[in-house]
Design a protein around this ligand. Structure first.
Ligand SMILES: Nc1ncnc2c1ncn2[C@@H]1O[C@H](COP(=O)(O)OP(=O)(O)OP(=O)(O)O)[C@@H](O)[C@H]1O
Length: 224
């Protein structure tokens, strides 16, 4: 039976200053090997839920359990459960400086591994010299690949992918999907949640569908 990576228990997030619930006592379990496609109408709360799972926004009530324990060591949790947005945040500087950034944080116990990154870039047909390139000169697709590599080099357990390829061209979409697939295949104790308005993409890359509506989730069908 797959291990439970994250248990989201009775999670409620109210619109600040109101009693209107964006997430309403929501329950969801993310297990090892899960490739979850999170779907729902625009404004249904997909981003709100992903950010709540990543512990990036305060919630009104509820509990997050990671690998059996309530989340309390936030820096460690943020390294293991990583949220990626459609428009990646890059700091001014080279690709290498952006990739080294997480290792400058005291919570990070692993070290920067340039040869592993070079292998990943070369697997995507990009030369090692990209590490010296200014991020401002990268295409949107290349920036998103750098953001994904910046996350997966930390060996996270769960990636929360919020419309990650919405503004990318077909080649960059293919590369992003390939890299996520490669990361998933690298260990069993991994999972992702992926939101997209592209149902063909969700069919392609995810294994089960979770639908959010009215602050709660339902799981209508298995798609693998
Ligand atoms: N701090 C806030 N105050 C008020 N309303 C908020 C706040 N945060 C989110 N909302 C509202 O909550 C709803 C859910 O937003 P969210 O971005 O999570 O939806 P979504 O499903 O990701 O949408 P989309 O598919 O368009 O990206 C929206 O109506 C949004 O305006």
């Amino acid at each position: 039976m797959p291990d439970r990576l994250i248990e989201i228990c009775e999670l409620t997030r109210l619109i600040p200053g109101t009693d209107q619930a964006l997430l309403d006592q929501l329950n969801l379990t993310v297990q090892s090997g899960d490739r979850i496609g999170l779907a729902g109408a625009s404004g249904s709360g997909k981003t709100t839920l992903m950010r709540a799972i990543a512990a990036l926004d305060p919630v009104s009530s509820g509990k997050l359990v990671f690998q059996g324990d309530p989340v309390c060591d936030m820096p460690q949790y943020r390294r293991r459960v990583i949220y990626l947005h459609q428009r990646p945040a890059m700091m001014a500087g080279t690709v290498r400086q952006n990739l080294q950034l997480p290792f400058t944080l005291t919570a990070c116990k692993t070290t920067f591994d340039e040869s592993r990154l070079t292998d990943w870039f070369e697997g995507l047909g990009k030369p090692a010299s990209i590490l010296d390139q200014d991020v401002a000169t990268l295409s949107g697709g290349e920036q998103q690949i750098v953001a994904l590599l910046r996350a997966i080099q930390l060996d996270p357990a769960v990636l929360l992918l919020d419309e990650p390829t919405a503004s990318l061209d077909a080649e960059a979409v293919q590369q992003f999907e390939q890299l996520v697939g490669h990361w998933m295949a690298g260990a069993t104790e991994r999972a992702f949640v992926w939101t997209s308005h592209d149902s063909a993409q969700l069919e392609r890359v995810t294994g089960r569908r979770v639908i959010i509506a009215n602050g709660k989730v339902s799981q209508p069908s298995v798609t693998t």
